[in-house]
Design a protein around this ligand. Structure first.
Ligand code: AMP
Ligand code: MG
Length: 400
């Protein structure tokens, strides 16, 4: 049967519709949660900051006591950060430092640069405003506020925020378990002798790096020979105890391409021809309990297909709410006079003015174009454009 030609949106839609987030949660200490996905909403049981505190080094006063600039007040107490001050005596000032709790009764802090201290007091050289230089209790987070929602990836600021509300560990989804292997009798590992007809297994290192950036737990079965039995064996081993099996190469319909037949014998498979360039063939199916994804062998096709289709699928499986890829409009420096029938993801680099510059070699074997690019320009089928027109651009810098 001839494989149907899918649009990019249809392929992405089908992938996302079938992506079930991993069901298991675990509690992980804050020092180890970078990149993990939050499993449940995080609600604060405290206010942050927990007390009104000073935004400056200076003097805490009552505004009514400073009747004119230059008023002299005795210094009734000293309040460093971490102290628990007494109420401010009327008609006095408290020496106070950044982050220190505001003594009750004080209603402003005058920065020390506007004060002159001497042995028996301090002269306040400005008329303070009510609440000046006071950071209010709950200004960042109020008691009961939802601070993070389920499905966000934990990054530095979010982890810091969790710590600020005193939570030592977070409920995160278990890591996605992905098994990978790479088919092709021509493949050698870097460090081996190349020999006639051979090439290095570049996709392995590229795919492993992409998976590492996503935070997947990877089992790598290495190179599998172009042989049906070997491919079926590898598939069975890969499917056991993994959420996703990801392979590279062997999904065309040549007689040396055994992945399709192997998945059909061990599970179920749809071989998709997607109207994208580069890319086109993508195999999607199941082996046992695991999802199966077969990337094309051409390195650029594998890279673009991963970024545009497989990454959103894996992100949804990992439980992420936003799965990208995120597009923004950028002007181009080049013309695109000939319409393509397939949607094309063009390797570009933004210049100093934020305009997309085209890599001169867009062939699906030219991995240098991906190494050079900082993004992909998303050129719709049938689209032509002239330099200066705006097109959707997908950054390759930001992992989701
Ligand atoms: P295939 O999909 O197996 O027909 O492979 C298509 C092209 O990609 C061929 O030129 C292969 O040599 C090349 N290729 C396949 N797998 C890899 C890999 N792991 N690393 C680099 N190139 C590959
Ligand atoms: Mg092959």
């Amino acid at each position: 049967m001839k494989a149907p030609l899918l649009t990019f949106e249809e392929a992405l839609g089908q992938l996302l519709a079938s992506a079930r987030p991993v069901p298991e949660h675990e509690s992980v200490g804050l020092l180890d949660v970078t990149g993990r996905v939050l499993a449940s909403d995080l609600v604060s049981s405290i206010a942050v900051p927990p007390h009104d505190n000073s935004a400056m080094d200076g003097y805490a006063v009552r505004c009514v006591d400073v009747t004119q600039p230059g008023v002299r007040l005795p210094v009734s107490q000293r309040v460093p950060a971490g102290a628990s001050p007494a109420p401010l005596a009327a008609g006095s000032a408290a020496r106070i430092f950044t982050g220190a709790p505001i003594p009750s009764g004080a209603d402003a802090v005058v920065m020390q640069e506007r004060c002159r201290a001497d042995t028996d007091g301090v002269a306040i050289d400005e008329l303070p405003r009510l609440g000046q230089n006071i950071r209010r209790r709950g200004e960042d987070i109020e008691v009961g506020a939802s601070v993070l929602s389920a499905g966000v990836r934990l990054n530095a600021a979010r982890i810091g925020l969790a710590a600020s509300i005193g939570v030592p560990q977070l409920n995160v989804l278990r890591r996605l378990r992905v098994a990978v292997f790479f088919t092709g009798d021509e493949l050698r590992e870097p460090g081996e002798v190349l020999g006639p007809g051979a090439i290095f297994n570049s996709n392995r290192y590229m795919v492993r790096s992409l998976l590492a950036m996503l935070g997947c737990e990877v089992t790598d079965l290495g190179i599998v020979r172009d042989d049906l039995t070997a491919t079926r064996d590898a598939l069975r081993r890969a499917a056991a105890a993994h959420d996703v099996v990801l392979t590279c190469g062997g999904v065309s319909v040549g007689e040396e391409d055994h992945v399709k037949a192997a998945v059909e014998s061990e599970g179920a498979l749809s071989l998709w021809k997607i109207a994208i360039k580069p890319g086109k063939p993508l195999a999607f199916g199941r082996v046992g309990e695991a999802d199966f994804i077969g990337l094309p062998g051409n390195p650029v096709s594998a890279f673009v297909t991963f970024v545009m289709l497989v990454q959103p699928f894996l992100c949804r499986r990992m439980g992420l709410r936003d799965v990208g890829p995120v597009r923004r409009e950028v002007p181009t420096t080049f013309d695109w006079p000939r319409a393509e029938s397939r949607r094309e993801f063009v390797r570009v680099q933004l210049d100093a003015d934020g305009r997309a510059v085209l890599h001169p070699r867009q062939g699906s074997g030219v991995l240098s174009s991906c190494a050079w690019a900082d993004g992909l320009l998303d050129v719709a089928p049938g689209r032509t454009f002239a330099a200066g027109e705006l097109l959707p651009y997908i950054s390759l810098r930001e992992a989701n």
